[in-house]
Every structure is written in C-alpha cells, then in structure tokens.
Design a protein around this ligand. Structure first.
Ligand code: FAD
Length: 299
C-alpha cells in the first residue's frame, strides 16, 4: 500500500512540475474537409503553448507549397512557433536550398530535417539525387550554411531499417547532431524499453542532445499498424491483443487507445522524460488528454 502511495505521490510531484515540453506534428491537409479538421485541431492545441507545431513534408517535395503555407499560417494566426519538415528525396541541393530559403524568408526558423524514403518504401535502397544531399547529416550541414535554424532530426528506437547494426545507426545519429541539429525526435514506438535502451546506447556513444520520444496515439489500430509496418516500428503482441476485436466498437477502441497512450506517457514520465513529441494525425482529442495528464493545459 505504501509503495503504491509513494508511486502516486512521486507522479503527482512530477505533474505539478511546470517544465514538461510538448510539440505536435501535423501533416498538410489535402482536401477542404481535411483542412477544416487540421485548423480545428491547431486551434485546440495551440493554447497549450507547445514548443513548436511541425508540419510534415511529402515524398519528393509533393507538399512543398502546402507545408510552407501551413507553417506560415500557424505561426501568423496562432503565434505558436512552427517547424517545417524537409526531405532531400529526388531533389538537387539547389532545389532543397531554395525551399530552405523560402522557409527563412517566411520567418520559419525551425526545421525537422530528414533524408526521406524512396518512393518504393522505407525498406528499399535509397538512391540520392545525383546533385542532391545524400543523407540526413548532409542535409543538416547544408541547412546550417543557409541560416540560423533550430534543427531537429530523426532517431529510431528500434534501429532504422537500413542500418546494418546498432553502431552504424547510433553513429549516423551522432553525425546528424554533430552537423548542427539541436535534438532528435524518435520514430513511433510502443515498447518503452526500446526507447530506454536506445537512449542508453546514444549516451554511451557520447550523444548529449535531447532524444524526444515521438508518441503515436492509436486513433485506429488498423491504420497505425499499417503505418508502423511501413516505417519499421513493431507492434508488440500484447498491444495487438488489447485492440483485438474492437474494429466495430469505436467507443471501447477509443477508451483502450487513451489508456494505452496514458500508460506509455506516464511510464516515460516516471523514468524522468520531460519532453514529448506527439504525432497528432491532425486530430486533437487524444493528444489534449495526454497533455492534460502531463499538466500541460491551456491558459
Ligand atoms: P538518415 O539519417 O540519412 O539515415 C537513413 C539510413 O541511412 C540509416 O539507416 C543510416 O544509418 C543510413 N546512412 C546515412 N548516412 C549513411 C552513410 N554515409 N553511409 C551508410 N549509411 C548511411 N519522411 C518524410 O518523407 N516526410 C516527413 O515529413 C518525415 N518526418 C519525419 C519525422 C520524424 C520525427 C521521423 C522519425 C521520421 C520522419 N520521416 C519523414 C521519415 C524519414 O524520412 C525516414 O525514416 C527515412 O527513411 C530516414 O530519414 P533520416 O533523416 O532518419 O535518414
């Protein structure tokens, strides 16, 4: 009983501590209906004062204009700092540099810099553009040449599918941070032990920068399992079991989803994590609830 009491007291002390930092990731909407949901979610999440709201960048620059338009509007209409994602797939250095200058000219000073995936998918070999940046580290170095940006890069608690081993994976992360990135944001993961082991590996390799966990709330287990498979994140058997048979039971599905995400986030809090990046999929409900558990509320 005492142990339970102590545990609760320590968690309460943590949630009462102000400095939890959150950031929210969105994707650029493709249709008017999607755009309505996008802005509705932005309006609900902006009052939480996130460190930044980021907007993804479509493969091969397919969302180039939309990403810029969305981050510019987020910044000007909500006052929240916005970060634009950027990839170097299928683009020359000149093209990528032009996008960076476009961000700079629009007053966007935060970039999430990524190599991106080949059009055939994440597991397939990546062939850089003949005049392009060859990987995330080169992209970070290129961005640094063009201005004072706050740069975030990607990290993979389960190892990037193309890294031959852990040493190569951690070395690659170190190169990106040494090239000038301020922090790493992780790919989605559902077993916190993967994250803890990853952070330990990184610290042992001399990486001191924040490694912010990327939290993916499970709005739809079917959809998220598909995303996870495509990006090389695994779905533990216990997680699949929790959602089994809930395809046609949206209310129970939603309750299980919030319980699962709360459990994940609070376990990270208990381990001392103070920064979180939430993959919103342009929805606000679950993320609002999770932020509230962290004591992050609107004014
Ligand atoms: P890199 O860091 O370049 O690494 C990719 C692989 O190549 C690694 O296995 C690495 O070890 C290897 N490698 C790198 N350099 C070398 C070298 N010199 N020699 C040998 N091997 C090397 N994708 C999008 O298209 N748009 C987005 O907006 C987007 N946002 C994302 C946000 C986050 C937080 C995360 C985690 C991912 C995001 N992605 C996005 C996906 C990302 O583009 C893919 O995961 C991609 O496969 C890798 O990008 P990276 O920047 O991590 O690549």
């Amino acid at each position: 009983m005492n142990a339970i009491h102590d545990h609760r007291a320590s968690r309460q002390a943590k949630t009462e501590r102000p400095p939890f930092q959150v950031s929210f990731e969105f994707f650029p909407p493709r249709t008017d209906v999607m755009e309505e949901r996008f802005w509705d979610s932005i309006r609900k999440l902006a009052p939480l004062h996130p460190r930044f709201v980021s907007v993804t960048y479509g493969a091969g620059g397919s969302t180039r204009e939309r990403t810029l338009r969305m981050v510019s509007r987020i910044k000007s209409e909500t006052g929240v700092d916005a970060a634009a994602h950027l990839t170097c797939v299928d683009a020359s250095r000149d093209d990528v540099d032009a996008v960076v200058r476009g961000y700079r000219d629009a007053g966007i000073t935060r970039i999430v810099a990524l190599r991106g995936d080949p059009p055939e998918g994440v597991g397939k070999p990546f062939t850089p553009h003949p005049d392009g940046y060859r990987n995330g580290a080169e992209l970070v170095a290129g961005i640094r040449q063009l201005g004072e940006f706050d740069i975030s890069v990607a990290a993979y608690p389960e190892k990037h599918p193309q890294s031959p081993d852990w040493d190569a994976d951690i070395d690659n992360l170190k190169r990106k941070l040494d090239a000038g990135a301020a922090r790493a944001i992780t790919q989605m993961f559902f077993d916190n032990d993967d994250y803890f082991r990853f952070v330990e590996r990184a610290r042992k390799a001399g990486i001191a920068a924040p490694i912010v966990p990327g939290i993916q709330p499970i709005h739809s287990f079917k959809q998220i399992s598909g995303f996870a498979a495509r990006c090389g994140a695994s779905i533990p058997a216990w997680l699949a079991e929790r959602f089994e048979g809930l395809e046609d039971e949206p209310e129970t599905h939603a309750l299980v989803a919030s319980a699962v995400a709360a459990e994940q986030v609070l376990e990270l809090v208990d381990a001392g994590v103070t920064e979180f990046h939430f993959y919103t999929l342009n929805r606000s409900n679950l993320v609002l609830a999770l932020a509230r558990l962290l004591g992050v509320r609107p004014d």
